[in-house]
Every structure is written in structure tokens, then in C-alpha cells.
Design a protein around this ligand. Sequence first.
Ligand SMILES: Nc1ncnc2c1ncn2[C@@H]1O[C@H](COP(=O)(O)OP(=O)(O)OP(=O)(O)O)[C@@H](O)[C@H]1O
Ligand SMILES: [Mg+2]
Length: 270
Amino acid sequence: MRQPYALVFANAKGGVGKTTSAVHVAGAFAETGIETVLIDLDPQASATRHLGVDPDDLEVTVTDVLIDPAGGLARATVPTRYERLFCVPAHESLGQMESELANVPGREELLSDAWDAGPELPYRMAIIDVPPALSLYTVNALRLADTVLIPVQTHPFALNAVPRTLDLIDKVRRRLNPRLDLLGYLATLYDRRTRVGRECLATMEDTWGELLFREPIPINIALAEAAREGRLLFEVDANSTGAAAYYSVAAEIAERLAARRDEAVVKQAS
Ligand SMILES: Nc1ncnc2c1ncn2[C@@H]1O[C@H](COP(=O)(O)OP(=O)(O)OP(=O)(O)O)[C@@H](O)[C@H]1O
Ligand SMILES: [Mg+2]
């Protein structure tokens, strides 16, 4: 069975641009002709809303397919306002469900179970957005994913959360998903006008070398405004610095996946 290639955006620290990055990379892939699904595992449902989908309007969300995997993710998948871009919406009920799952065996594999249960998903890429702190849903996403990208705010304090993130990735790799691969680090919320911003980016370059994506995502207020409107910045202002940076990052992701000879993406991107 041919399933989409799964990429998760994760970081132990909240507010670092995970959701903004996940939706814009998904949107950029869809624009370049790659059928993409965004799977939202955050009870806040920010990615869902960012794509213009209101979780309260829906009868079935990701919560339902995690509870009962029969029928798979397809049961909850909805189209978005963007061509070739689909969404498995989150719902606030995910939050309560997490505590109810505390002692349930197999709770780390609910997403994988739903992924495997249904019909083949007709997408090439699946992009997964996870909650602010490392949670059971982050583990579920990492259990399923082929690769993980770590967005890091370009601020000295933000780097402190990276070891915790890597530790979780390592644990999941050893216990649940040996093929999980680190795709790289993405510098976000970069302010090149400040010395602290420039110094922090230099530290990231020294520390991570080629694992750091070439283009940092600048602070661009238009990104925050687009989120509030439930639109991608590509639609609102495709020439903005934020949109340009995300196009570039999506292209570099495709490049990195192609270099790893990931057939699924190479075929679509060529
Ligand atoms: N490059 C940027 N420029 C300006 N604002 C941004 C940028 N990236 C993200 N934001 C804004 O910063 C806030 C946090 O971003 P985002 O929601 O993407 O982070 P997150 O890591 O998903 O947060 P959480 O951990 O709460 O899920 C949002 O209001 C978003 O609109
Ligand atoms: Mg988020």
C-alpha cells in the first residue's frame, strides 16, 4: 500500500512557529502540484483554523478517528479552500481525551492505527502539526512520521528546548519508530535588525551546519494577520517576505527529500 510521506513539525517549546511553518509548507507543496494533507493533532486546532476550516462545524474530527480507527483518517479528511490541500481537523475534545488515555495500552499508536486502518490516502505528503509542549500526540506523530523538522525561534532562550526535543525523538526512534529521521532545523521569527537575532542565527549555523535550513523565516506581521483571517499568506500577499521564505523552505525540503531518494516526493516534484 502506498501511503503519503509523513513529515512532523515538532519542538518542546511552544510558540516557535510550528503551526505557521506546517501550514505554509503544506500550502507551498500543494501549489507546486503535490497533493498534501495537513493532520492537526493540537487541541487548539490552530492549523485547522489557519486553513479556513472551523472545527466546530464538523461532525467528525481527528478525535473521532483516534477513538475508533475503523475507516481510517479518510473519515475525517476535509478539503480546504486551497487546491490539492486537505485537512484532518483537530478539535478541543483532543485535550480531554489525552488525560483519559493515560493508562490505555497502545495509546502511542492511535494515529498509526488510524493511518493503517482506512483506504490508501490519495496524497503524496502528510504534514503533521502537534501541540505546544511534548505530549502524547507528539509521540503519536513521531511514531508515524518518516521525518521530523524542528522549527526553532531565533532567540537564545529558544535553543534550550532543543535537547529535550532531540531526546524525545531519540526515545521514539529506539522504542517505536526506528526509521524516524531528522530532516533539519528551521530558524523562525528571525529579526535581522537586532544584534541578538543575528548572533543567535550565527550560533544556529555553527551548531547545526547543513542541518539548518538555508533561509530563516523572518518576523513578518502579515503571517500573524493571515493566521487570524484563516488564510495562507500566499493567498493574501504572495510577495511578502514571509511568503517568499516559506516557498524557499518548501523547495529545500523537497530538495532534501529528493537527495534521500524518497521516491514519493521525487516523482511529484520532478
Ligand atoms: N515569522 C513570523 N512573523 C510574525 N509572526 C509569526 C511568525 N511566525 C509565527 N508568528 C505568530 O506567532 C504566534 C506563534 O506562532 P505559531 O502558532 O506558528 O507557533 P506554534 O509553535 O505553533 O505555537 P503553539 O506552541 O502554541 O502551537 C502566532 O500568533 C503566529 O501567527
Ligand atoms: Mg501550534
